[in-house]
Write a protein that binds this ligand. Structure first.
Ligand SMILES: [Zn+2]
Length: 340
């Protein structure tokens, strides 16, 4: 039994049911299972309690599902200020004024039972947009300072066994790109280098373990659309498919652009253009979609949204129009039904 206090369960059952009605694809991508994103209502971090953790990245690491979140107090305060005459916003605003910036966290969920088992504090307060696992290192994408930081999985395991605590970064690498998200595919780690006003890329890195410290060697890149928040690369039969989640703001639907890609055309120093890949129909999902990840063992696909975090859902006045408060789990065939 751990002593941490992190809220669990579904935060917005009714709102999620409405989102299902509005977005038929949402029921398809949550058909295998769901579990509530931990910590949305409150998260114990260091000595404080945070009520505005905003989930970002998701990946599977061995028996665990790892979810990153950051303390979004600036946005939360801003929203409360904007709607300060409504409902219980005044009292919330007073509390938010006292709220200090908490460290970013990783929520650890047991893959089998889908229960939250630990909350791990990271060393910094970065906008931890993505997380991936290469078998040895857990990578955290930090667009705030264009860096990738690595946590040794065995160190994370020790904190998980204890139930709570913090981990160190074994290394932090400056990668000269806007590290919005990260995934692994086969033996490569990829970093989503995307922007809100121009096209970006997803950069392929080879991870070299040099005496226990990972080094990154840049390889080719694939073009990414404006506002790409996550991506998945997966093999079906003898072909490779790419799904890219694109979202911006709490009103517009998220889009998932899908392609058949030929990674043998990837070349160091070059960008593989999406126009040169075979496009499949675009999917529409609720606003504020974040990372998509595939479990390399079970091939289950996990999808995450940030709409149920307090700044976007709990402030009376302007909540997100279609809230998703849970991690959606499905199979690859639910993402690419036309190629099965
Ligand atoms: Zn906080």
């Amino acid at each position: 039994m751990s002593s941490l206090v992190t809220s669990t369960g579904y935060r917005y059952e009714k709102a999620f049911q409405k989102s299902l009605e509005k977005y038929p694809t949402l029921s398809r991508i949550s058909c295998a299972a769901t579990f509530g994103i931990p910590g949305l209502d409150h998260t114990k971090v260091d000595s404080g309690l945070c009520e505005c953790m905003t989930p970002q990245g998701i990946c599977v690491a061995g028996p665990y599902v790892l979810i990153t979140a950051y303390c979004n107090i600036k946005k939360y305060r801003e929203e409360l200020e904007k709607h300060k005459d409504k409902g219980d916003n005044p009292a919330r605003l007073e509390a938010a004024k006292e709220h200090t910036q908490h460290k970013s966290v990783i929520y650890v969920v047991d893959k089998e039972s889908k229960e939250h088992i630990a909350t791990v504090a990271l060393p910094d307060c970065n906008h931890v947009g993505g997380i991936s696992f290469d078998g040895t290192f857990v990578w955290v994408a930090k667009d705030t300072d264009q860096k990738m930081s690595a946590v040794l999985f065995s160190e994370l395991q020790r904190v998980i066994d204890y139930g709570h605590g913090s981990v160190r970064y074994i290394t932090t690498r400056k990668i000269h790109c806007n590290a919005i998200f990260t995934i692994t595919y086969k033996d490569r780690m990829w970093v989503g280098n995307s922007y809100s006003k121009k096209e970006g890329t997803m950069v392929c890195f080879r991870v070299k373990n040099v005496l226990g410290v990972p080094r990154l060697q840049k390889e080719g890149e694939i073009e990414m659309p404006i506002l790409a928040q996550g991506a998945m690369l997966a093999d079906i039969g003898d072909k490779t498919y790419l799904a890219i989640s694109v979202s911006g703001g709490r009103v517009n639907p998220s889009k998932v652009y899908r392609y058949e890609v030929d990674l043998s055309r990837l070349e160091k120093g070059k960008v593989l253009k999406l126009a040169d890949c075979k496009a499949l129909e675009t999917l529409e999902l609720p606003p504020m979609m974040e990372e998509i990840t595939i479990d390399p063992e079970t091939l289950a696909v996990y999808t995450q949204f940030e709409s149920a975090s307090s700044p976007y859902s709990a402030v009376e006045g302007n909540p997100c129009k279609a809230i998703v408060d849970r991690v959606c789990i499905s199979g690859l065939k639910d993402w690419f039904p036309e190629v099965y």
